[in-house]
Every structure is written in C-alpha cells, then in structure tokens.
Design a protein around this ligand. Structure first.
Ligand SMILES: [Zn+2]
Length: 164
C-alpha cells in the first residue's frame, strides 16, 4: 500500500500542531496565573482549544480555497474539507497536551510541566517532520523547538506583563 502525502494536508497538520502547542500553553499558563480554581482553568482551556481549533479549521478552508481559486490550472488535488478536518484534529489533539498536566498536578507544578510538555512535543513534531521530508530530523527538531519556544516565551512574557 502506498500512501500519497498531499502537501497541503501536511502543511495543515504541521501548522495545527505547532500553533496549538504554542497558543494553548500561553492560554493555560496565563489563566492559571490569575485563577487558582483548577476546574475553571481546565474548563477555560478546553473552551479556548475547541474555539481555536474550529477557527483554525475555518481559516484553513477559506485560505486554501482562495489559493485553489487563484491558480485553477495548478495540481491541487487536496480536498478542502479534509484539509480543514485535519487542521481541526491536529489542533485539538496537540492543544490537549499543555492542558493535560492541569488534570493531574496543582496549578503551580502543572504550569511548569505544561511548558515542558509543549516544548518536548514541539521537538518531537519537528523530529518527525524531518523524518518525513528526509532532511535532518535532529536539525528540524531543534528548529521547531526554537521557533515554537520563542513564540511561547513571547506569549508568556506578554501575558505576565499584562497579567491576563
Ligand atoms: Zn490545495
């Protein structure tokens, strides 16, 4: 069996995974800094992840449709609905990773575990991406860790300044 990897699906999944890890970590750490009730932190995080996953899926659909319309003669064989669904699932699954520690640990510990888990997953996603595109898995892992880590750090710093 040969699985053909559609480029646009691949981009959707990578985009969804990375964005979910970065933004959910910011959301969950931000909320937990201001609220101590674990149930509220978890509920708010779940809401944020679901809303964001839907919004990203809608964005994926519209932006990919625009690209398809722009070059009609191009070789786009990807289905817009599948692309949007992949974005939704990638976002939802990766978004649960920074939330999960809050189900187990007290917020102070969960915050640290959450950031570490998100960074470790970014590294893993980068590694797998490198394997898939056959271009230095380790290099790809470090690159995604740095890019995602920087975005996460900026989010956390801004959040901390504004106390959101
Ligand atoms: Zn396409």
């Amino acid at each position: 069996m040969k699985i053909r990897l559609e480029e646009d699906y691949f981009r959707s999944v990578i985009f969804g995974l990375q964005d979910a890890l970065v933004s959910t970590t910011g959301v969950v750490v931000g909320i937990s800094a201001g609220v101590s009730d674990r149930a509220i932190i978890i509920l708010a995080a779940f809401v944020a992840v679901s809303v964001e996953a839907s919004s990203m899926a809608a964005g994926e659909y519209s932006s990919e449709k625009a690209v398809h319309q722009m070059n009609r003669k191009s070789k786009h064989k990807d289905n817009l609905i599948i692309g949007a669904a992949l974005m939704f699932l990638a976002y939802l699954i990766a978004g649960m990773i920074p939330v999960f520690p809050f189900l187990i640990f007290a917020p102070d510990i969960a915050r640290v575990v959450s950031i570490c888990a998100a960074l470790a997953t970014l590294f893993l996603v980068g590694y797998i991406k490198g394997k898939v595109v056959k271009q230095g898995a380790m290099r790809s892992a470090v690159e995604m860790l740095i890019i995602g880590g920087l975005a996460t750090a900026i989010g956390l710093i801004v959040g901390n300044f504004l106390k959101v």
